[in-house]
Design a protein around this ligand. Structure first.
Ligand code: PXG
Length: 287
């Protein structure tokens, strides 16, 4: 496996950054999880756009252009002969002295690209649907750490994941500070009610899969709505599913012990899964 670090390729065992990197010391960096399907990188420019936005807010200056970074992603995939891959793109503030003040860094962000085989969820989960719970750890507030930032500081979501795991679940709903549904630990959430496909607009990462699903639904004459959402509305939805780069679209059939409709993946969910699957095989940056 060849890993890209600042323009050079290293074998896995030699792919190292300093323990003085502020990404390691403080989670001071940004990342993206991207996928490629049969030689097409899905939504590469959107992922790179989001990485640059996170870095801009964090005042990390990425020392290459968006176009150069996209080229580096493609080069790394080719070097590793991967047609279906999981791509991890990381930018850290770089090495510095101890102390969280970013001025202690030497002004050389590290750019790292790891490409690996994608580990898929068991097919059974997509046929039967997931059971999830709501956990006490709420999603970061906008005013504290905006969930739109895909920073290396993922402890908020990791703590929620631990709470889910402790109760025997692998995914969990996180609420925002007001008690509205925000998202899951690594996925966005959708419900279908009376033919309208709705997803929270508050307190969540603006998922690229989420945006793709909203666009795909609109194109297929399914009405969509971004709005506030309560758990009560999820319990009483006609359908529910999660979206994310890793999971793609996965049906949810039980939330906090409540069965969603008849407890089987819904028709619109299945239609969206099919449309999304087709889209990933057609659209993307070719390499
Ligand atoms: N919410 C959160 C908090 C996320 O971290 C999503 C929603 C879905 O966003 P996208 O853009 O992927 O549709 C994410 C994405 C991993 C992994 O390694 C996590 C994500 C993506 C890829 C891999 O666990 N999170």
């Amino acid at each position: 496996m060849k890993i890209f670090i600042n323009g050079q390729f290293f074998e896995k065992k030699d792919a190292k950054v300093s323990v003085f990197d502020h990404g390691f010391l403080y989670g001071d960096g940004a990342f993206e999880g991207i996928r490629s399907y049969n030689g097409l990188v899905f939504k590469l420019n959107e992922h790179i756009g989001r990485l640059f936005e996170t870095a801009h807010t964090m005042m990390i200056h990425i020392p290459v252009t968006k176009q150069q970074l996209a080229k580096h992603v493609v080069e790394t995939l080719k070097k590793n002969n991967l047609r279906d891959a999981y791509i991890r793109l990381i930018v850290t503030r770089g090495e510095g002295d101890l102390g969280l003040d970013p001025r202690k860094c030497y002004g050389k962000p590290n750019i790292i690209i790891i490409t690996d085989k994608i580990v898929l969820y068991p097919a059974e989960l997509y046929q039967k649907g997931l059971e999830i719970i709501t956990v006490p750890t709420m999603r970061n507030h906008n005013e504290a750490l905006n969930p739109q930032l895909k920073s290396l500081n993922y402890l908020n979501n990791i703590l929620a994941k631990i709470e889910a795991n402790n109760s025997g679940f692998s995914e969990a709903i996180m609420l925002d500070g007001q008690g509205y549904v925000a998202e899951c630990t690594g996925d966005n959430i959708f419900i279908l009610k009376d033919g309208v496909l709705a997803t929270p607009y508050n307190g969540r990462l603006r998922g690229i899969t989420r945006d793709a699903v909203l666009a795909l639904a609109a194109k297929n004459k399914i009405q969509t709505l971004e709005r506030l959402m309560t758990r009560h509305e999820i319990f009483n939805a006609d359908e529910c599913f999660l979206t994310g780069t890793a999971a793609e679209i996965i049906p949810v059939v039980r939330v906090d012990g409540r069965l969603i409709a008849d407890g089987k993946p819904g028709k619109v969910t299945q239609k969206m899964m099919k449309l999304f699957h087709e889209m990933t095989r057609k659209a993307g940056v070719k390499y």
